[in-house]
Write a protein that binds this ligand. Structure first.
Ligand code: SAH
Ligand code: SF4
Length: 351
């Protein structure tokens, strides 16, 4: 196993069988895998942790993804929508709290037309001067081009699972090929692309996770965002137990780092919902990005994609004080620049 870890670390390639072996490793090998991922992260991305403040600006959603707590048909959710002015003001606060990027995330909310989104992007650019990531679901190429022109730098859109049958079963409104096409369209529009998957979706096994890891790697992503699937009681997928091997969530992140040395990899919030100090652990096992929640406190509890979401009773000031402490305890530093893609031009040649 030590040889396999060394080979995958130095070559950054692996077969499906290799990845399954890494995901199934036990005992001292688990520690060796985490150390290898931390070492690759250190060598390629350095010790900076980039802060991307996330603004959950609307929980309206026209879609019905089977796993998601804010899916349109969930009548138990009180819906909210921040005004464009509130969003811009929140972005300015996020900048003051040390975030060099804001991530604007929402359900698929048609109220936020391309025109409205572009107005918000331009205002944030002028008033806050931070990099902007959108995470608002699938949009047509024409709109992506407009977002880019307005000043959008990056976009997060997970493929959720690389198993197209499973994708079809849990996405009543979506088509797998269209989701992947949207990722290619983002690149054509000149936007840095982030994608990823949920770890441990019902209907998958270790082989599925291995294929998801390899699929994400083949996409040559600028950012890879993955987190544990957490079952939400008000969804059709609710009755799913957690994966038995709790380490597999972290092993997945470590293997992603070995195979994608230069990708930005966030320690996603869902890790904190599942493990005490989960995000800190991921930051020592391959991740280099942290996404503090900067959503105004009054909306936080209403944006529950999954239960047990951390930080719902805190305000942005508390969250940023907490992140400063977390970064210092890890012996790392807070990223100074915008933290743009580290992939070389040759990797983004399809742009
Ligand atoms: N509507 C946008 C952005 C919000 S959802 C979109 O769908 O892209 C952001 C991510 O939350 C999704 O991509 C999904 O991977 C994750 N998510 C939703 N429900 C979840 C659950 N029950 N457990 C873990 N992650 C979940
Ligand atoms: Fe809506 Fe995104 Fe949730 Fe799907 S995952 S229901 S698109 S918020």
């Amino acid at each position: 196993m030590k040889n396999l870890i060394e080979r995958v670390s130095s070559e950054a390639t692996a077969t499906e069988a290799d990845v399954v072996s890494l995901l199934e490793c036990g005992g001292a090998d688990v520690k060796a895998l985490y150390e290898a991922a931390d070492c690759v992260r250190h060598d390629t991305m350095g010790d900076e942790i980039f802060l991307r403040g996330i603004i959950e600006f609307s929980n309206h959603c026209r879609k019905s993804c089977d796993y998601c707590g804010i899916r349109g048909p969930n009548r138990t959710v009180t819906r909210y929508r921040m005004t464009p002015e509130e969003i811009v003001e929140t972005a300015c606060q996020a900048k003051q709290l040390g975030n060099t990027t804001v991530v604007l995330q929402s359900g698929e909310d048609p109220w936020f037309t391309a025109e409205r989104m572009c107005g918000i992007i331009r205002a944030i650019r002028q008033q806050a001067g931070v990099a902007i990531t959108l995470s608002i679901g699938e949009r047509p190429l024409g709109e992506l081009v407009q977002f880019k022109e307005a000043g959008c730098d990056r976009y997060l859109l997970r493929f959720e699972t690389s198993d197209r049958d499973l994708f079809g079963r849990i996405h009543p409104d979506d088509d797998f090929d269209e989701r992947i096409q949207c990722l290619h369209d983002l690149r054509r529009a000149g936007i840095q692309v982030g994608s990823g998957f949920m770890i441990g979706l019902p209907g998958g096994d270790t082989g599925t996770i291995a294929r998801d890891i390899l699929f994400a790697t083949r996409l040559e992503l600028d950012m890879i965002g993955c987190g544990p699937y957490l079952s939400h009681p008000e969804t059709p997928l609710s009755a799913r137990p957690l994966l038995e091997d709790r380490e597999i969530y972290f092993k997945t992140m470590a293997v992603l780092r070995l195979l994608n040395p230069r990708a930005h990899i966030p320690a996603t919030t869902a890790f904190d919902a599942l493990f005490e100090g989960g995000r800190d652990l991921v930051l020592t096992r391959g991740a280099n990005v942290f996404m503090p929640n900067v959503t105004p406190r009054k909306f936080r509890a209403l944006y529950q994609l999954y239960p047990n979401k951390p930080c719902v009773d805190e305000d942005s000031g508390q969250c940023s004080a907490c992140v400063v402490g977390r970064v210092a305890r890890l012996g790392r530093t807070i990223g100074k620049g915008p933290g743009h893609s580290r992939r070389g031009p040759e990797k983004n040649s399809s742009q």
